[in-house]
Design a protein around this ligand. Structure first.
Ligand SMILES: NC(=O)c1ccc[n+]([C@@H]2O[C@H](COP(=O)([O-])OP(=O)(O)OC[C@H]3O[C@@H](n4cnc5c(N)ncnc54)[C@H](O)[C@@H]3O)[C@@H](O)[C@H]2O)c1
Length: 385
């Protein structure tokens, strides 16, 4: 196991009806709030009205940044920073999925920074201070509600970069707020959560039984509850288990003492920077191909994955056959839940393979399980066409 520091200050408030805890958070953080949300699903679900009632009761002064895009854009972040500065707001309340939360993290860091907020995403600056940020999660996928990552797209330059911004001060997770997530977004959330675990599970770090067990339990929980939720989108227990799994898949726990990979995320960011496709959809396409490209680096790890997570029967098979059966099981599962399997599903052909391969490596080779250069990325993208 590698040396590590585990730090996660986000207060997690989980369960039915927990929005009521917002009252005490307003008492702690202040009444001048920037409310950030997306395309209006919170108005259709009634969550917006519940928030307004709380704001009114507490006498809050609220400004709104609405319409945050999936794959949030730098231009939207800048609008939020202006709203904070012009109105001298105390803190930010992000109500939505990963896009709304990531955008809010960028605003939280950017509002207290003199330079261009994009500096953080180009690794030219590090966040030293940020405004407090609270979240009300409405979509289980990214783990952004309990980590400091933020992914922003600069649409002018077609770059999608992640940065280490700020942890939410608190996050309210009521599984009922995810009942209205449509089937396709639910599927993307499932593939995103599994992909986060894959990025941390496929590692050469030795003697990590606890981290391995945590990761396998999350993957098995997601697989089991994905099948349940797709039978009934309002299955509370299935939604709750998926929500907690997605939060714990990317809150630092699985990465403790482990060398992680993250090449597939870089490749997907390059694809969605050029084609603006859903993150979880892109990952479902690319991940099994990454696995096929790299599995020989550590066949025992892939063998374990096949047997423990996917229930592959090892009898009569070589280790390599078992490993490959596990990868086939990943693809079969994504097909079963209706995730896309080829870039062609998004009408993406081979004309921009080089552009995407270039964009996947803005800071040099990617990945640790197998270091990937531009030619490797091109090959994985070609396998994904
Ligand atoms: N910060 C991180 O750690 C991290 C990790 C992975 C991905 N990301 C980034 O997060 C973004 C994706 O976030 P996401 O997968 O959570 O999706 P999202 O936030 O982009 O939302 C997807 C769609 O679902 C809708 N939606 C959200 N909640 C809903 C609800 N309750 N009912 C109906 N519709 C609802 C949104 O309006 C949107 O149209 C990408 O930009 C990705 O790169 C961030």
């Amino acid at each position: 196991m590698n040396p590590f520091t585990f730090y996660n200050p986000t207060e997690l408030i989980f369960g039915k009806g927990q929005l009521e805890k917002l009252d005490e958070k307003i008492d702690q953080l202040g009444k001048r709030i920037l409310l950030v949300y997306g395309g209006g699903s919170i108005k259709r679900s009634g969550l917006y009205d519940k928030l307004q009632a709380i704001f009114e009761k507490k006498g809050c002064h609220v400004r709104e940044l609405a319409g945050v895009e999936p794959n949030p854009r730098l231009s939207t972040v800048k609008k939020g920073i202006s709203l904070i500065r012009e109105n001298e707001l105390d803190w930010i309340l992000a109500v939505g999925g990963g896009s709304v939360i990531d955008c809010s993290k960028a605003i939280a860091g950017g509002a207290l920074y003199d330079g261009d907020v994009w500096d953080f995403y180009e690794r030219k600056a590090k966040v030293e201070k940020a405004l407090p940020l609270g979240t009300v999660l409405t979509l289980a996928a990214t783990g952004s509600e309990m980590n400091k990552g933020s992914v922003i797209t600069n649409w002018e330059t077609q770059q999608k970069h992640g940065a280490s911004m700020t942890f939410p001060t608190f996050s309210i997770l009521d599984p009922e707020n995810t009942f209205t997530v449509p089937r396709n977004q639910t599927v993307y959330g499932i593939s995103d959560t599994l992909s986060h675990v894959f990025e941390q599970y496929f590692s050469h770090t030795k003697e990590i039984p606890l981290q391995t067990g945590f990761a396998e339990t999350i993957m098995k929980t997601v697989i089991e509850n994905a099948r349940k939720v797709l039978q009934n989108l309002e299955d509370y227990d299935a939604r709750a288990n998926l929500m907690l799994s997605s939060t714990f898949a990317l809150n630092g726990l699985l990465a403790t003492g482990v060398e992680t990979d993250w090449a597939t995320h870089s490749i997907e960011h390059a694809v969605s920077a050029v084609y603006d496709i859903p993150h979880g959809g892109g990952l479902a396409i690319i991940f099994p191909n990454w696995m096929k490209y790299v599995y020989k680096e550590n066949i025992p790890r892939f063998k374990r994955f096949a047997v423990e997570v996917w229930g592959v029967d090892p009898a009569g098979k070589t280790d390599e056959e078992i490993a490959l059966a596990g990868i086939d099981a990943v693809r079969a599962f994504f097909n079963e839940i209706g995730a896309p399997s080829r870039l062609a599903d998004y009408n993406i052909g081979d004309d921009k393979l080089d552009v995407m391969a270039e964009k996947a490596l803005p800071f040099g080779p990617i990945g640790n399980f197998k270091k990937l250069g531009k030619e490797d990325v091109r090959e994985i993208l070609k396998m994904s066409l």
